[in-house]
Design a protein around this ligand. Structure first.
Ligand code: ADP
Ligand code: MG
Length: 264
């Protein structure tokens, strides 16, 4: 197992109520797991616990069999590539320099990139289809390009796991699909453990192997999309009436208009 949580809970200091409540979950290599749920349901907090950024109040988190807290940051950075929820392209960097940052946990004591570091950057640029914009300033990129560059940076780390927090927020259909296809391929081809946080249930259903449905910090349901995505669960979690319609054997969620709710 790459990630394992056992009865993990967390409460932010000075906040009433737990942001994550008693979550037990394991994520294996080669598996893409989607974490879905409404805003504020604890998805990002669960990721922070998986990454050892937050220490659990109760329960434990293991990364590659070792307590998340016991990993040195640099070691963990070699193991897990992270694309966080928000990051503005603030520094004046070229795309290739931004991706090279992914190599920092691997650099030797002098900190100078060597041949294999540059090769890893090249591969990541090509793999994420941003090789042609390698010399662009990151501040000039479109949303879709910037997300692919961030994934390339995570990939240049040569990680065993890839963790993405709402990587397609604000992207249009094509760019969203390109990012998700890329993530699914990386997980499959490189045998990574993939964790994808999103509130787009329909997309999660089509791309991930298993879904975790979060509500008020708890994992309300865990399983394959066709097992987990049931009207009752979704209406309870998202607090809105929905209909379900299968597409290629996978349930897709249709939120109902008010007049449709009266008819059904
Ligand atoms: P999600 O990612 O599902 O939107 P979060 O994990 O960000 O949810 O938040 C879960 C709960 O914890 C929310 O009620 C949120 O307001 C609260 N929360 C998140 N981050 C912090 C923080 N740094 N300090 C205090 N409360 C926080
Ligand atoms: Mg979040």
């Amino acid at each position: 197992m790459i990630f394992e949580t056992r009865g993990v809970s967390y409460r932010y200091p000075s906040v009433v109520g737990e942001a994550v409540r008693d979550v037990t979950l394991s994520i294996a290599a080669g598996e893409l797991v989607g974490i879905v749920g409404p805003n504020g349901s604890g998805k990002t907090t669960l990721l922070r616990l998986l990454l050892g950024v937050l220490r659990p109040l109760a329960g434990e988190v293991l990364v590659a069999g070792r307590s998340a807290a016991s990993w040195k940051r640099r070691e963990l950075a070699r193991l897990v590539g992270v694309v966080s929820q928000r990051e503005e392209p603030a520094f004046p960097l070229r795309v290739r320099e931004a991706v090279l940052f992914g190599r920092y946990p691997h650099l030797g004591p002098l900190g100078a990139p060597r041949g294999h570091d540059l090769a890893a950057v090249e591969q990541a640029l090509e793999r994420c289809d941003v090789g042609h914009i390698r010399d662009r300033w990151i501040a000039t990129l479109s949303g879709g390009e910037w997300q692919r560059v961030r994934i390339a940076r995570a990939l240049a780390q040569a990680p065993k796991a890839l963790v993405l927090d709402e990587p397609t927020a604000n992207l249009d259909i094509r760019h969203e699909m390109e990012v998700l296809e890329l993530v699914a391929e990386l997980v499959r081809d490189q045998g990574l453990a993939g964790v994808l946080v999103t509130h787009h249930v329909n997309l999660a259903a089509r791309f991930v192997d298993r879904i975790v449905v979060m509500v008020e910090g708890a994992a309300r349901a865990v399983g394959r999309p066709e097992e987990v995505l049931q009207g009752g669960v979704l209406e309870e979690v998202f607090r809105w009436p929905v209909a379900l319609s299968p597409w290629q054997g996978v349930p897709q969620v249709i939120p109902l208009r008010r007049w449709e709710q009266r008819e059904t």
